[in-house]
Design a protein around this ligand. Structure first.
Ligand code: HEC
Length: 163
């Protein structure tokens, strides 16, 4: 009897090991960062806090390409906004930060411009609420970076200079 219990235990252990190996192989680590997955994250309203905890629509500053917008941060990104609701000068956003600009047209969201911190650098994408992609996260080099390097940027985020 004791041996049987032992055998069942060993067998289930082996099955677990085999299952997790197979499962890992079937998982694409990039899937979490597809345009679609990022848009789904943006639509999860509870996961975000608006800039300075204020949902007011903001008017674009110098060189802003998107017109009026709202700006929101996921919890990881928001935790880095420690000085007057802004990222301190010289600081970096932590891994997993999601910064989202909701471009507003006629009172509704027209597109999401997205920055996602992954492996110490930003992934960029622009996508409409109906999932049509304007700039894919996979586009290299990103058309977004050069403009975001303008003076006053903090970890490539520009809004802190204007609002
Ligand atoms: C012509 C310059 C320019 C280009 C190109 C540009 N941006 Fe921006 N972006 C800005 C400016 C300026 C702001 C600050 C908000 C404003 O005034 O509109 C901004 C704000 C943002 C924000 C909010 C965080 C922040 O930096 O304030 C996100 C997210 C963003 N842009 C994403 C993108 C993505 C994604 C692309 C490329 C598809 C892109 N941007 C291309 C100038 C640019």
């Amino acid at each position: 009897m004791k041996q049987l219990i032992y055998l069942v235990f060993v067998l289930s252990f082996c099955l677990c090991v085999i299952y997790s190996c197979v499962k890992d192989k079937g998982t694409d680590p990039d899937l979490a960062f597809t345009d679609r997955a990022l848009l789904d994250s943006c639509k999860n309203i509870e996961a975000f806090t608006y800039y300075k905890n204020d949902q007011a629509t903001i008017y674009s500053g110098a060189n802003g390409p998107h017109g009026t917008f709202k700006l929101k941060f996921n919890k990881i990104a928001y935790s880095a906004l420690t000085v007057g609701g802004k990222l301190p000068v010289g600081a970096k956003f932590p891994e997993g930060s999601l910064v989202v600009k909701e471009a507003i047209s006629g009172g509704t969201i027209n597109l999401y411009a997205i920055m996602y911190k992954h492996n110490n650098s930003w992934l960029w994408c622009e996508i409409r609420p109906d999932y049509s992609v304007i700039y894919s996260v996979k586009k290299e080099p990103s058309p977004c970076i050069s403009c975001h390097q303008q003076s006053g940027n903090r970890d490539l985020v520009n809004s802190f200079s204007f609002y």
